[in-house]
Write a protein that binds this ligand. Structure first.
Ligand SMILES: C[S@@+](CC[C@H](N)C(=O)[O-])C[C@H]1O[C@@H](n2cnc3c(N)ncnc32)[C@H](O)[C@@H]1O
Length: 264
């Protein structure tokens, strides 16, 4: 079934509520309003916005000819925020990489959706608009714990790909680095948020750092999650003569790295 057919079927099943869900951006955790075309089913990113504004705005916002790289696009929450809020100068570009374009969000493991459903269940007044509270009367409500919402990242990135401000690479990060035909430092900023296995994180870090300009910045997500830090610490230790780093002082969760010296 094509994406269009899938969305058509989904729309038939839950009607305009699907659009309402995404346009209300109920999954957001900060007050950032995504553009109207953006459909998102969970939120990996907006809690970082206050600290990213702090770290990225002075350094990059509105400057020309910047090239950014993101490893791990998911629904393109970080990508779209970067394109809308930072890469606003002339000739800027974002490359973003993921081995998947379509994923599903179910209530399982989705704290935002779970919280929404719980709130509706309890009929907590004045928390969500009446239109959302009406969900409880819908046919699909009884199946809500098994209901899976699909998303397609290409839909969220389309306007930026059309205007040649963004390229999406579908493949693993190691395939991406192998496919690159550049040896010199080309990126001003790199967000590392793909596989969180330490052996993959360290490879992504080393490959990225070789292509990061001196003076450029890298951010690792999830320093405080699982074994991700094992890979990050290993990279930091082996590259300590070429960088400065510190834990994000707002979230205490992401690792911020600045490249201070060319690798020899
Ligand atoms: C945490 S999500 C990224 C969230 C995104 N950066 C954001 O802020 O919205 C991680 C993504 O990395 C992708 N991923 C995991 N391992 C990968 C790999 N080896 N190569 C490419 N993508 C990978 C997953 O498919 C998933 O979409």
């Amino acid at each position: 079934m094509s994406e269009v057919e899938y969305f058509k079927k989904l729309h038939e099943k839950i009607g305009d509520d699907f659009i309402t869900l995404s346009s209300l951006n109920i999954m957001k955790t900060s007050n950032y309003e995504y553009p109207g075309h953006f459909v998102s089913l969970w939120d990996d990113f907006t809690h970082n916005i206050p600290s990213w504004e702090n770290y990225l705005f002075d350094k990059f916002k509105g400057k020309d000819d910047l090239v950014f790289l993101e490893l791990g696009t998911a629904q393109a929450r970080a990508s779209v925020w970067l394109l809308e809020e930072v890469l606003t100068g002339n000739g800027c570009k974002l490359l973003t990489v993921d081995h998947k374009t379509e994923q599903y969000a179910s209530i399982k493991g989705n704290s935002f959706l779970a919280e929404l459903y719980n709130t509706i269940d309890k009929q907590t007044p004045n928390v969500y608009p009446d239109k959302i509270m009406e969900f409880k009367n819908r046919d699909w409500w009884k199946d809500r714990n098994d209901f899976k919402f699909p998303y397609n990242v290409l839909r969220n990135l389309k306007p930026y790909q059309d205007s040649e401000r963004c390229d999406f690479f579908k493949g693993t990060t190691s395939t991406f680095f192998k496919s690159l035909n550049v040896k010199e430092e080309v990126f001003d900023f790199i967000y590392i948020d793909a596989s969180h296995n330490p052996e993959d994180v360290i490879l992504d870090a080393v490959n990225s750092f070789r292509l990061l300009k001196t003076g450029g910045m890298m951010i690792f997500d999830d320093y405080g999650w699982g074994n991700c830090k094992v890979g990050i610490d290993c990279f930091l230790e082996t590259h300590r003569n070429y960088l400065e780093h510190h834990l994000d002082k707002f979230t205490n969760y992401q690792m911020i790295v600045e490249k201070t010296k060319d690798l020899v």
